[in-house]
Design a protein around this ligand. Structure first.
Ligand code: PEP
Ligand code: MN
Length: 364
C-alpha cells in the first residue's frame, strides 16, 4: 500500500472554515507594480486565500516571455506584505527551490511539464528534505495517473506533510475546445485511490480561454474538488503569457458568485432518507444489469462453440454493424447518449470476442 493512503488533507491552511480554497494571481509576475496591484485587488475581493505568480515560465516554444526570474521573488514577498496574502510560485529544479526558500515563499507548485520527469521531481524532493512548506503538484501533461501519483509520493517521501494535487488537464493532438482536455476520470481515479488528498482544479490551463472557465470550475465543484487555481490579471489582454485565459479580479468575483457551492454531505433527515431510497432502487437495477450481462456472456460461449463446429470466424463485420446500429437507435429512444452507448458496446463486444476466443481455443 502506498504511503499516500495516509496523506492528510491540507488541513484548513490557508483557508478560513470550510469554503473552497481559492488560489489566484497572474500567470506570470511581470513587474513589481503589476504584481502588487494585482495582489491588492485580489485581497480586496476577500475570496482569494493564496496568491500565485510564475517567475520561471516553461514555454512550449522558444522566444516567448520566460519570466522575470529571481528578482520576482522579492516583488512577491513585497506583495505579501502589502496585501496580507501568502504567495506561491512554480519550481522546476533544486535551484528554484533554494531561491524560494531563501526569500521565504509560503508555498510552491510543481508544473505539469516537470511532473512528467521523475528526475526533476526527485531533485526537487531532495532540495525540500527537512523543510516544512506546502507543495501543490500539477498533473503531468500526459494522461498518466501513475506518474502523478509517483510525483506526489516522491514529495511525500521527502518529508513534506502538506501536499495537494492540482488538476490542469492533459495535452492532446487534434481539435478540442479545451487547451488541455480535462479527462475528469483521472482526477476521480486519484481521489478514489486517495480519498483524503486535497484536490484543486485549474480551470485556466484546462480551458485556455475565458468563456469556458465557469463551466469547468462548476464541474470541479460538482465532483467534490477542494478548490481552484484561477489566473487573474488586471489587464488580461496585455498579459505577457496566457492572455486569452486570464480574467480581471472583478470578473473572478462575478464568476465565483454564479458558481453553486456544494457540500460533500447533508444531515437533513428527509434528504438522507430519500437518497437512500433512490440508491437502493439503483442497486436493484445494477444487480439486474449484471445478471443480464452474465446471461449474455453465456450466450457468447454457446456462439463460440457453435462457430467452432462450423469453423466460422468469431468477428462478423455485418453482425457488429447491425448491433451498433440497432442498439444506438434503441439507446437514443430511452435517452442514453450516443457517446455512452458506443463506449459500452465496444467493451461488451470486446468481452464477447474474448469469451468466444477462449471457447474456440479450448481443447476438446
Ligand atoms: C502555470 O500555472 O502558469 C503553468 C505553467 O501551468 P502548467 O504547469 O499547468 O502548464
Ligand atoms: Mn499560465
Amino acid at each position: 500500500m502506498s504511503s499516500l493512503q495516509s496523506l492528510h488533507p491540507l488541513s484548513d491552511w490557508p483557508r478560513r472554515s470550510e469554503e473552497p480554497l481559492l488560489i489566484s494571481g497572474p500567470c506570470s509576475v511581470e513587474s513589481e507594480e503589476q504584481y502588487i496591484q494585482t495582489a491588492n485587488a485580489l485581497a480586496k475581493t476577500s475570496k482569494v486565500h493564496l496568491l500565485r505568480g510564475g517567475i520561471w515560465k516553461p514555454r512550449t516554444r522558444p522566444n516567448a516571455f520566460e519570466g522575470v526570474g529571481e528578482i520576482g521573488l522579492e516583488w512577491m514577498v513585497n506583495a505579501r506584505t502589502e496585501s496580507g496574502l501568502p504567495v506561491m510560485t512554480e519550481v522546476a529544479n533544486a535551484e528554484h527551490v533554494e531561491m524560494c526558500l531563501k526569500h521565504g515563499l509560503d508555498a510552491l507548485w510543481i508544473g505539469a511539464r516537470t511532473t512528467v520527469n521523475p528526475f526533476s521531481v526527485q531533485e526537487i524532493a531532495d532540495a525540500l528534505r527537512g523543510v516544512d512548506i506546502p507543495v501543490f503538484i500539477k498533473n503531468p501533461v500526459n494522461p498518466d495517473l501513475q506518474l502523478w501519483m509517483g510525483a506526489l509520493e516522491r514529495i511525500q517521501q521527502a518529508g513534506i506533510q502538506r501536499i495537494a494535487a492540482i488538476h490542469r488537464g492533459f495535452s492532446h493532438f487534434g481539435d478540442s475546445i479545451y487547451r488541455n482536455k480535462p479527462m475528469w476520470e483521472i482526477p476521480i481515479a486519484l481521489r478514489t485511490a486517495y480519498p483524503n488528498i486535497t484536490l484543486i482544479c485549474d480551470p485556466s490551463h484546462i480551458c485556455g480561454r475565458r468563456d469556458l472557465l465557469q463551466g469547468v470550475a462548476q464541474k470541479a465543484m460538482d465532483l467534490g474538488f477542494d478548490g481552484w487555481m484561477i489566473e487573474s490579471h488586471l489587464t488580461p489582454d496585455q498579459a505577457l503569457s496566457d492572455a486569452a485565459q486570464q480574467i480581471t479580479p472583478e470578473a473572478l468575483v462575478a464568476m465565483l458568485s454564479s458558481i453553486q457551492i456544494r457540500q460533500a454531505q447533508s444531515d437533513d433527515i428527509t434528504f438522507v432518507h430519500e437518497l437512500q431510497a433512490l440508491r437502493s432502487r439503483m442497486d436493484k437495477v445494477d444487480e439486474e444489469i449484471i445478471h443480464l450481462l452474465g446471461k449474455r456472456m453465456r450466450i457468447a460461449e454457446e456462439l463460440g462453440r457453435f462457430k467452432k463446429e462450423e469453423s466460422v470466424t468469431i468477428f462478423q463485420i455485418d453482425r457488429w454493424k447491425e448491433i451498433l446500429e440497432s442498439r444506438t437507435m434503441l439507446a437514443e429512444q430511452v435517452g442514453l447518449s450516443k457517446e455512452f452507448i458506443l463506449k459500452y458496446l465496444e467493451q461488451l463486444h470486446k468481452e464477447s470476442i474474448r469469451t468466444q476466443t477462449r471457447v474456440m481455443n479450448q481443447r476438446d
